[in-house]
Design a protein around this ligand. Structure first.
Ligand code: NAI
Length: 462
């Protein structure tokens, strides 16, 4: 039986980052993982494989839609689905092996198997019990289904099955217009599937800025995605050759159905704590199954910490990573801080959507006086050259002090562009600071500067 300073349970972005940081801070560290590969949902069945498929299908879209416009002529590429799956699997493999390498490099022990907390300072894996001064729960989340809907990962799939379909469906119904539904819906739509998104609310991507929701939905419709809004899915029936999705419209309670070869259920995720033995160990959870933590991510039991999807907050890999680093630093006696006000979120469709800080709706609710500086990518030379001029940047700043309160972007590389605002917000910058920062020409980032200029005397190119 080995004894550690820290045992992290789960090797997703929260867990593996926490383990590596603990080791870097001189703590004897192990990470328990029951999957055959490290990296958790993100690397194995989430962020990374979905980005591989988004990238591949975006390239296809470029070839089909834009190559000829640039004088690139010839036979359009065709899709070899098996080869595309192999490319996706190879991407996963490279990334998961990368974590294995980092564990070895940093001397983090990988304890293979599923961990169970067997009391304070004890983690049972298989027949062995390991001791640790600190335990970090980083077990992540799992897809949440709907009552009356049984996921078989073949025809009725969660995000996991959607990443490994046997063939490209002709008709796909996506339940839920959240991040997963729209990313995977985009993938299959670009591959030629007829995609219908059925969403309970009257808008897509709950929590996003209202103007972004509207603009984004318009662009997705233009790309061919069909939306049924304000519709609560009641059931999914598996027939011989297809599935029948029944939904009820909220406005008049009328019922309707839509058929599909494949149904993707993307109605959210729930914390994954199965088999951890939390109750027996005295670790308190909320009614919704989340592990309760204090602001330092300590659970109700001394020496047991929790991070990532299993605790409150957005279920985002980078939020989990930040919490992992913070807990490692707290264990090592350092400050261990996460700024929850500056956590970006990104949807990796094309164009990408990215946001950080407050939405206009939140600022209105708070009664805060603000100004909005907006700039359309249509005025950005690089975007026009690249057939990527759809979308806009919106920067929200305090009306009096000009301090940046939020930013919302639909457009090329939005997921990368957003980070200059994140840095600016970390430094408490004003929109003018961003507007006075020289931005290289011609880059998409000039649109960020122009939106910041729009908070003051106005942008140049609109
Ligand atoms: P989500 O919470 O983003 O969206 C779920 C959607 O389903 C909501 O719009 C909701 O109104 C709708 N819905 C719920 N019940 C319904 C019903 N009966 N009928 C019709 N619609 C219904 O959840 P999603 O997309 O499954 O993602 C899960 C988590 O994974 C999220 O926290 C997300 O942030 C995270 N994630 C993040 C990614 C990224 O950062 N790019 C990528 C993929 C997932």
């Amino acid at each position: 039986m080995a004894s550690y300073d820290v045992i992290v349970i789960g090797s997703g972005p929260g867990g593996y980052v926490c383990a590596i940081r603990c080791a870097q801070l001189g703590l004897k560290t192990a990470c328990v993982e029951g999957r055959d590969t490290l990296g958790g949902t993100c690397l194995n069945v989430g962020c990374i494989p979905s980005k591989a498929l988004l990238h591949a299908t975006h390239q296809l879209h470029e070839a089909e839609e834009n190559f000829a416009k640039m004088g690139l002529t010839g036979k359009a590429p065709s899709v070899d689905w098996k080869a595309m799956m192999a490319y996706k699997d190879d991407t996963i493999g490279q990334n998961t092996k990368g974590i294995e390498f980092l564990f070895k490099k940093n001397k983090v022990d990988w304890i293979k198997g599923w961990g169970q907390i067997a009391g304070q300072g004890k983690v049972k894996v298989g027949d062995e019990t390991h001791e640790a001064k600190n335990i970090v729960i980083a077990t992540g989340s799992e897809p949440a289904s709907l009552p009356g809907v049984e996921i078989d990962e073949k025809t009725v799939v969660s995000s996991t099955g959607a990443l490994a379909l046997a063939k490209i469906p002709k008709k796909m119904v996506v339940i839920g217009a959240g991040v997963i539904g729209l990313e995977m819906g985009s993938v299959y739509s670009r591959l030629g599937a007829e995609v219908t998104v059925v969403e309970y609310l009257d808008h897509i991507t709950p929590g996003m800025d209202g103007e972004v929701q509207k603009g984004f939905q318009r662009l997705l419709k233009k790309q061919g995605l069909d939306f049924v809004m304000g519709a609560a899915v009641q059931s999914v029936e598996k027939l011989k050759t297809k599935c029948k999705v029944t939904y009820k419209l909220r406005k008049d309670d009328s019922e309707a159905t839509v058929d599909a070869d494949v149904v993707l259920v993307a109605t959210g995720r729930r914390p994954y704590t199965g088999g951890l033995g939390l109750e027996a160990a005295g670790v308190e959870t909320t009614e919704r199954g989340m592990v309760k933590t204090d602001p330092h991510r300590k659970t109700s039991v001394d020496g047991i910490w929790a991070i990532g999807d299993v605790i409150a907050g957005p279920m985002l890999a980078h939020k989990a990573e930040d919490e992992g680093m913070a807990v490692a630093e707290s264990i090592a006696g350092q400050a261990g801080h996460v700024n929850y006000d500056v956590i970006p979120s990104v949807i990796y469709t094309h164009p990408e959507v990215a946001a950080v800080g407050k939405t206009e709706e939140q600022l209105k609710d708070e009664g805060r006086a603000y100004k909005a500086g907006k700039f359309n990518f249509m005025g950005n030379g690089r975007a026009k050259a690249n057939f990527a001029a759809d979308g806009f940047v919106k920067i929200l700043a305090d009306k009096e002090t000009d301090r940046i309160l939020g930013a919302h972007v639909i457009g090329p590389m939005a997921g990368d562009l957003i980070h200059e605002v994140c840095v600016a917000m970390e430094f408490g910058a004003a929109a003018e600071d961003l507007a006075r920062t020289c931005h290289a020409h011609p880059t998409f980032s000039e649109a960020m500067r122009e939106a910041a200029l729009a908070c003051g005397d106005g942008p140049i190119h609109s």
